[in-house]
Design a protein around this ligand. Sequence first.
Ligand SMILES: CNc1ncnc2c1ncn2[C@@H]1O[C@H](COP(=O)(O)O)[C@@H](O)[C@H]1O
Length: 341
Amino acid sequence: MMQEPIFDFKSMPKIELHAHLTGSITRECLHEIWKKKKGAGETDLEDPLVVMPPGNHNYDLTTFFPLFSSYIYHLINDAESLDYSTRSVIKDFARDGVVYVELRTTPRAMPKAGLDKAGYVSAVLRAIDAAQQEEPTLHARLILSIDRRNSREEAHEVVALAKRFRDQGVVAIDLCGDPTKGDVSLFTPAIEEAKAAGLKVTIHFAEAEASASDAELSTIMSWTPDRLGHVIHVPEAVKQQIAARTGIGLELCLSCNVHAKMIVGSFEAHHFGEWWRVQGPIVVPCTDDVGVFGSPLSNEWALIQQHFKIGRDEILGLARKGIEAIFGGDDEKVRLRGIMW
Ligand SMILES: CNc1ncnc2c1ncn2[C@@H]1O[C@H](COP(=O)(O)O)[C@@H](O)[C@H]1O
């Protein structure tokens, strides 16, 4: 039986630390962009509401990644749609009661728009800035993602961009992308460069069996990442290492993992249940790709309350603990301590 929500999770001030920009664009927003382009004869793409029917959130890892490479990146391919969709993502988080968000995105050139990767990052930062002015309670930072398919040089390029745009809100480097692709050891020098520059590091960790070999997990742990995303296929010995790293952030994405069948079973079986009480690490519930999986952060918290029977004080304590895992600096932590319940 559904448990009554203990309070309005939309009103609860929340922190979002694992949200991919392009995956956070709602279908409605994609549709608006498509309609405008279609009307102007600027696209032959099919309507996003046909490609991604509303209510269908069951993308698995084989259907999920092509959604970007074969569809969304072809729709969001110019400065105007990038600006509009980024603002829309920020506003959606704000309306859901998110008070601090770290968006992440993979720098990509948009030749049609005359934007190189630096132009892309700059455009995203400008859009974030503009949206924040309209939603002053929400503060946003940006994380730049290295894609697992990147070359060593491309990874260094992402780090160079993160350094260049650091004073404009870029706080960290992420490693993401299709877990069946790539060899993470290629990126050790780039991650070391990022750390030496004082950037924070968050890594997609063991999200599929293919990306959970002993060699991969030990390489990633040797980078001493500040946060880990997903943390699914983790052997006991590595769990103990994680548990011993006080303050390490664990970005757990329940709906994504359940809908994409990345875990066996449903919400009750999610490893959130295993981690949230563990002392050292800081568990932060996140949405991953709310545009694809359709569950806003307020709903993720409601699911947590419903499936793990956590009381009001524990929920609020957990939400506040997330403050310590942000990359946004001490002043931001002070602000959040003042506004979170
Ligand atoms: C199952 N969860 C996930 N695991 C791994 N990588 C993911 C992801 N969700 C999203 N991405 C990565 O983020 C890109 C889209 O946003 P940006 O264009 O960068 O803003 C995807 O192409 C993929 O590489």
